[in-house]
Ligand binder design. Structure first.
Ligand SMILES: [Zn+2]
Length: 337
């Protein structure tokens, strides 16, 4: 059996700490089997496993997830043992059923994944089932949310005696709740070349995960984002338009939501391009021990790309800029009674 294994997540810290979530060597596998796709589905599985606790917790935090007590207990066990799964040298093993016939046939059915019955057994992923063609005939990878559904099912086998269909249900619920808190926005709707994915926890006191995909690479902009946002130290609201609130100083926020995110006009020439992501910020600020939501800022994230010899875009190191600007996008106006 040929074991296909992504390299462990490679960490890179630039001036604005940007974390590369995978390497080219890993990214070029898997997807190549089906034309293109560049290993994007495999990357999504790696991201899903790396963040499984955080993603599954969204379901536990929300009544809307609608799990009963025993299902919640299984999910809690899955969360508790996710790190055991990751500690393996090869936690995820990508195998093509076509190349290794019979690997994923269980009870006469072809499965997307399989694993053992105790924590710390690797999860085998069927690379023939993690890409599909969209209506343009282009290959699309399984999303992070879909990968989470598969992993919750497989990790469920490690910690419970539940059946495949019972584990499917838990996996799908977790995946749906995650999907409600994920915004993925590609520059071009039919191309996976450049896209941003923002994962926002439902808790106010948290920071978003911002995953930037450029070509075959995935970058985690979350840590850089966290260091780039700030609350005003003093805020005197002026409830009259068009006068701005009076704000002084800078302070670290308790949490920030990045929403209404879109791409600004971007230009691409033959050799590369300039891109900007733009969105509204809602800060949770501790203003003299008063918890306050601030809707006065927006965030511009810009970066540059170049082209690799295959004509695929690559992120230009040190080109990342994050700029929080004062642009109140919402104001509560109190009218005199
Ligand atoms: Zn199963």
């Amino acid at each position: 059996m040929t074991n296909r294994q992504p390299n462990r997540l490679k960490m890179m810290f630039a001036a604005l700490a940007v974390t590369a979530l995978s390497t080219n060597a890993f990214a070029r596998r898997g997807g190549d089997d089906v034309g293109n796709g560049g290993g994007l589905a495999e990357q999504n599985f790696v991201v899903a496993l790396e963040n499984l606790e955080k993603y599954a917790q969204i379901c536990l935090d929300l009544d809307a997830c609608q799990l009963n007590d025993s299902q919640r207990a299984v999910l809690r066990d899955i969360i508790e043992t996710a790190s055991v799964a990751r500690d393996l040298d090869k936690p995820l093993i990508f195998v093509s059923e076509k190349q290794e016939p019979g690997t994923f046939i269980l009870n006469g059915e072809m499965k997307v994944a399989k694993t053992g019955l105790k924590p710390g057994t690797p999860i085998y992923i069927n690379t023939d089932m993690i890409y599909s063609k969209n209506i343009f005939g282009l290959v699309e990878p399984l999303s992070i949310s879909q990968a989470v559904a598969v992993l919750v099912h497989e990790l469920g086998h490690h910690v419970s005696k539940l059946s495949h269909s019972e584990l499917d249900l838990i996996g799908v619920r977790v995946s749906l709740m995650l999907q409600n808190h994920v915004q993925t926005t590609p520059v071009l709707p039919w191309s996976p070349d450049i896209s941003a994915t923002i994962v926002q926890s439902p808790k106010g006191e948290s920071f978003p995960q911002i995953l930037l995909r450029v070509g075959d690479m995935l970058w985690d902009l979350g840590p850089a984002f966290k260091t780039s946002v700030f609350c005003p130290k003093f805020n005197i609201p002026i409830p009259i338009l068009p006068f701005p609130d009076l704000q002084f100083g800078r302070e670290a926020p308790l949490g920030v939501m990045y929403h209404n995110v879109h791409w600004e006009k971007s230009a691409r020439e033959n050799s590369g391009g300039d891109y900007t992501i733009f969105g509204n910020l809602t800060h949770m600020c501790d203003s003299r021990n008063v918890f306050m939501a601030v809707n006065s800022f927006r965030m511009r994230i810009s970066f540059q790309t170049a082209l690799d010899p295959q004509g695929r875009p690559v992120f230009v190191n040190n080109s990342l800029r994050m700029e929080q600007s004062y642009e109140p996008w919402y104001k509560l106006i109190q009218l005199p009674r």
